[in-house]
Design a protein around this ligand. Structure first.
Ligand code: SF4
Ligand code: SF4
Ligand code: SF4
Length: 329
């Protein structure tokens, strides 16, 4: 059964990638600026399948962490905007909400910023756990491999919290839910089980796990990308670009032309994580680490060339005047 699913998934990856390529060409050639949302869904779905395959190999866990934490220096939080499987789940829930015509709720800006800062604290907490465990029972001399082992496979496996959002819905290992030999999981649910079974009985642990899934579903239904507001993995990017010498980071970024902005406010309304800087900032490179580079604001900004997604100095994608009928056919 798993083999058949594996073959089907393989085909999906290949056809998905081919389709994504065709869509990219269409978008560039035809100026279908407002179709980027579909492209993003497709890339997210293909990425989820690719990540499933990644987990079927004995990937060195540290490589995943390096990719998540070093790559953002160059491509910002592109991972969050376009690849993260948990984000796909949240975006799919948003799609359901839109289909049943329920309006989303906005978090107060102050709370949103507070949560944004809280994720750095959470991030530190999970880095501190292995250090604390190391200090509780220190070896006779300083041992980096022991410290690393505490991070990657110590009793609480803190690294798993940081790669938690990568967990696809179907997992190639014994997940918490099995149906006909196919294992299902959900981001963080195995960690919720791991941490709560220290204290609670199996029944209570299962209830806590289902409550967690239910809460994140309900939360994502009413608040777009709710987990991204405080996700410690999303903290990976790059406070460094505030430092001299790192002004180039991230190379992939949103750029605003102040003269073309009419302050219509659309970018602020459509941003799934309520970034206000694109609207507020006068112009130039948008450097806030809250931005996931999903390009929704670029897609929806109704003024030609006002917002651009840039890689270094090159424009990759730009806003179009979609208020006027397209002249490109
Ligand atoms: S912030 Fe976390 S959950 Fe959101 S997209 Fe990034 S890694 Fe995924
Ligand atoms: S959507 Fe474009 S024009 Fe409107 S406020 Fe944002 S950047 Fe300015
Ligand atoms: S500012 Fe624009 S690109 Fe960044 S997260 Fe918001 S909508 Fe996406």
């Amino acid at each position: 059964m798993m083999e058949l699913i594996g073959e089907i998934l393989k085909l999906m990856v290949l056809s998905g990638l081919a389709l994504a390529g065709v869509l990219v060409i269409l978008i560039w050639k035809k100026g279908l600026a407002t179709k980027v949302t579909y492209l993003r869904f497709l890339v997210q779905a293909v990425s989820m399948v690719a990540i499933f395959y990644l987990f079927t190999y004995p990937v060195w866990q540290l490589i995943i962490l390096i990719v998540i934490f070093v790559l953002p220096l160059f491509i910002g939080r592109f991972f969050c905007g376009w690849i993260c499987p948990f984000a796909l789940i949240m975006d799919a829930i948003t799609l359901i909400r839109k289909t049943v015509k329920v309006r989303y709720r906005l978090l107060p800006d102050k709370l949103n910023k507070f949560l944004h800062n809280l994720r750095y604290v959470l991030f530190l907490v999970f880095l501190i756990i292995p250090v604390a465990l190391y200090l509780l029972d220190p070896p006779s001399s300083f041992d980096t491999s022991f410290l690393l082992a505490m991070l990657l496979s110590g009793p609480f496996e803190p690294w798993r919290i940081l790669v938690g959002p990568l967990i696809p819905l179907i997992v190639p290992w014994e997940g918490p839910l099995a149906i006909s030999g196919v294992y299902f999981s959900y981001p963080y649910v195995q960690e919720v089980i791991l941490y709560s079974e220290v204290v609670f009985s199996e029944l209570i642990v299962n209830i806590i796990a289902w409550v967690f899934v239910g809460l994140t579903f309900v939360g994502s239904f009413f608040v777009r990308r709710v987990w991204c507001r405080f996700c410690p993995t999303g903290a990976s990017i790059a406070v460094v670009n505030r430092f001299k010498g790192f002004k180039w980071a991230p190379m992939l970024h949103i750029d605003k032309d102040e003269e073309k902005c009419t302050k219509c406010g659309i970018c602020k309304r459509v941003c799934p994580v309520q970034v206000t800087e694109v609207y507020d900032q006068k112009g130039g490179k948008i450097t806030t680490s809250m931005c996931t580079l999903c390009t929704r604001c670029v897609e929806m900004c109704p003024y030609e060339d006002c917002l651009k997604l840039k890689m270094g100095g090159k424009t990759v994608f730009k806003s179009r005047n979609w208020l006027e009928p397209s002249t490109i056919e």
